[in-house]
Design a protein around this ligand. Structure first.
Ligand SMILES: NC(=O)c1ccc[n+]([C@@H]2O[C@H](COP(=O)([O-])OP(=O)(O)OC[C@H]3O[C@@H](n4cnc5c(N)ncnc54)[C@H](O)[C@@H]3O)[C@@H](O)[C@H]2O)c1
Length: 263
């Protein structure tokens, strides 16, 4: 583990750091001088992300944790705080679950809880564990990740699984951020949400693989709905995260920023 260097931007926790947007966010934050505390449950992916992020001289460590476990989240945040001053928390981990189901009748309690816990409860857990540190230092930047699906989407399930639960969780993240931003506004802590639409990661990333496996007709339908005629790229979402996590974004709080190519 490298010590946090004097004069850098402090520690940024990034969850889902082994995934497409999480890795891009980690790269972005390292380029802004953050020491990045990478969290994911995918140990192999996390090691690859650590190698990637530190390749250019960036400072990072990897921490395996399940973001839906209160105990593991608390341990992760404690470890990050022991490493360095937590100036930013970027919650990226999420997903729509493995079961492609559109109709409400097809969603059982287990499917529902899985998606809500992964996307919404995880954000609550990380914020609850991190805010006390930020409150004490009277400074913090929290960035959460919603989705354009928070407004729903007509048509068959394509790149998303349990879409109803996913839309509910992602809309919940926007409400959560709106409220928490007001609750901590007088403590120097900002809370914002990025709202990406379909976003591709690097080759090998889950979403890219899922998108490429779609039948041609389904893929063309998805593309025809995108005003720019192309999906977003993970680095484009990461750029917005980087701004919201920076010191410069000091008077921006409680927003849900679309990064969706005019969708
Ligand atoms: N890619 C898109 O099209 C898109 C669009 C809108 C919103 N989003 C949101 O952006 C975020 C990242 O998406 P992505 O495309 O990079 O996904 P991804 O699947 O590539 O990455 C998600 C990461 O989260 C990790 N993860 C999953 N469950 C976890 C758990 N319980 N504990 C710890 N880590 C866990 C995975 O291992 C993975 O590395 C998600 O919240 C997603 O809902 C993505």
């Amino acid at each position: 583990m490298n010590a946090i260097k004097k004069g850098d931007s402090g520690c940024a926790i990034v969850t889902g750091a082994a995934g497409g947007i999480g890795l891009a966010a980690a790269r972005q934050l390292v380029s802004q001088g953050f020491s990045v505390f990478l969290v994911d449950r995918d140990e192999g992916g996390l090691q690859a992300a650590l190698k990637d992020v530190t390749a250019g001289g960036g400072n990072a460590i990897a921490h395996v944790a399940d973001v839906t476990s209160t105990q593991q989240v608390n341990e992760a945040v404690k470890a990050a705080a022991g490493w360095g001053r937590i100036n930013a928390l970027v919650n990226v981990a999420g997903g729509s679950g493995p079961k492609p189901v559109r109709d409400i009748e097809g969603i059982d309690d287990t499917d529902w809880d899985f998606v809500i816990n992964l996307n919404l409860k995880s954000v609550f857990l990380f914020c609850r564990a991190t805010v006390p540190y930020m409150r004490a230092q009277r400074y913090g930047r929290i960035v959460n990740t919603s989705s354009s699906y928070s407004r729903g989407r007509k048509g068959p399930v394509t790149t998303q699984g349990t879409r109803l639960a996913y839309a509910a969780a992602k809309a919940g993240i926007i409400g959560f951020g709106a409220q928490l931003s007001k609750d901590v506004a007088d403590c120097g802590i900002t809370v914002n949400t990025v709202v990406p639409a379909l976003t591709m990661g690097e080759p090998g990333s889950r979403i890219l693989e899922r998108f490429q496996k779609l039948p041609d007709a389904a893929r063309n339908t998805v593309l025809s709905e995108l005003p720019m005629g192309r999906p977003g790229e993970a680095y484009e979402v990461a750029a917005a995260i980087g701004f919201l996590a920076s010191e410069s974004a000091s008077y921006v709080s409680g927003i849900a920023l679309p990064v969706d190519g005019a969708l």
